[in-house]
Design a protein around this ligand. Structure first.
Ligand SMILES: Cc1ncc(C[n+]2csc(CCO)c2C)c(N)n1
Length: 217
C-alpha cells in the first residue's frame, strides 16, 4: 500500500513539476534570474515567514501529541529567533535594508498563501494543517537538492545550499512522517496539500514578475 505522503506527492506531481521547471527556479540554478526580482522575492518571503511562524504556532496549539507539539513549537521559535535574523542578514548582503523588509506589504500571492494556511490552521482539523504545512518544507528541500545537483552558476549558491542542506532534508522527512502518522481524512488532506502546492507555484509566478512598488510615504 502506498503511504499517505506518497499519495499526496503523486496528487500534486504536476504542480511540483511546474515549480521545478519554473523560470524563477531555473534562473536560480543557471544564474540568469534578474536580481531585482530576487530582491523582491526576499522581501516577500520575509513577510511570508512571519505568517508561517503563526501557522507553526497554531500547529503547536492543536497538536494531539506532545511530541508533535514540541516540534511545532520548536520550529515556530527557530523561525522567529533564527531564520528571520538570518533572512535579515542575507537580505542585507543583497542590498535590502531592514527598514525595507519591515515596511514591505504582502503582495496578493503572498497574502493569498498565508491566508489559506491560517484559514486551514484555524478551521481545518490537525491532519489538514499538517498537509497544508508540508509542501513548504518538503517542496523547498526538493528544489534545493535538484538545484544543487544541476546548478551551472554560483550566483544564488547561498540560497540553494541552504535549502539543499541536511537540516532542511531532515525537516522535509519529518513533514512526510507526520503525514504518514497523523490520523486524518486523506481526501481532505489531499485537497490541502495540493492547494498549498498551488500557492507555492503562484508564489514563484509573482516572484518572477514582481508588481511595481507603491512609493514610500
Ligand atoms: C514561499 C515559501 N515557501 C517555503 C519556504 C521554505 N520554508 C519556509 S519556513 C520553512 C521551515 C522552517 O524553517 C521552510 C522550509 C519559503 N521560505 N518560502
Amino acid at each position: 500500500m502506498t503511504s499517505v505522503s506518497s499519495a499526496l506527492r503523486a496528487a500534486a506531481a504536476p504542480v511540483w513539476d511546474a515549480s521545478l521547471a519554473h523560470p524563477f527556479v531555473r534562473g536560480l540554478g543557471d544564474g540568469t534570474l534578474d536580481e531585482t526580482a530576487f530582491r523582491s522575492y526576499i522581501r516577500q518571503d520575509y513577510r511570508f515567514l512571519i505568517d508561517y511562524a503563526r501557522l507553526l504556532s497554531l500547529g503547536a496549539a492543536r497538536a494531539p501529541r506532545v511530541e508533535w507539539m514540541r516540534r511545532f513549537a520548536g520550529l515556530a521559535s527557530s523561525v522567529l529567533e533564527i531564520e528571520l535574523s538570518l533572512h535579515r542578514a542575507f537580505a542585507g548582503r543583497w542590498g535590502v535594508s531592514i527598514a525595507e523588509l519591515e515596511s514591505e506589504r504582502a503582495a496578493p500571492a503572498t497574502a493569498a498563501y498565508a491566508d489559506f494556511l491560517l484559514r486551514v490552521a484555524s478551521l481545518g482539523d490537525f491532519a489538514e494543517l499538517c498537509a497544508a504545512v508540508a509542501p513548504c518544507m518538503w517542496g523547498y528541500a526538493e528544489i534545493g537538492v535538484a538545484l544543487a545537483a544541476s546548478a551551472t552558476s554560483d550566483r544564488y549558491a547561498e540560497w540553494i545550499d541552504m535549502y539543499a542542506s541536511a537540516e532542511f532534508g531532515e525537516l522535509a522527512a519529518w513533514s512526510r512522517s507526520l503525514l504518514d502518522e497523523v490520523d486524518g481524512d486523506v481526501e481532505r488532506m489531499t485537497e490541502a496539500f495540493v492547494t498549498s502546492s498551488e500557492h507555492e507555484l503562484r508564489f514563484w509566478d509573482a516572484a518572477a514578475a514582481p508588481a511595481p512598488r507603491p512609493a514610500a510615504g
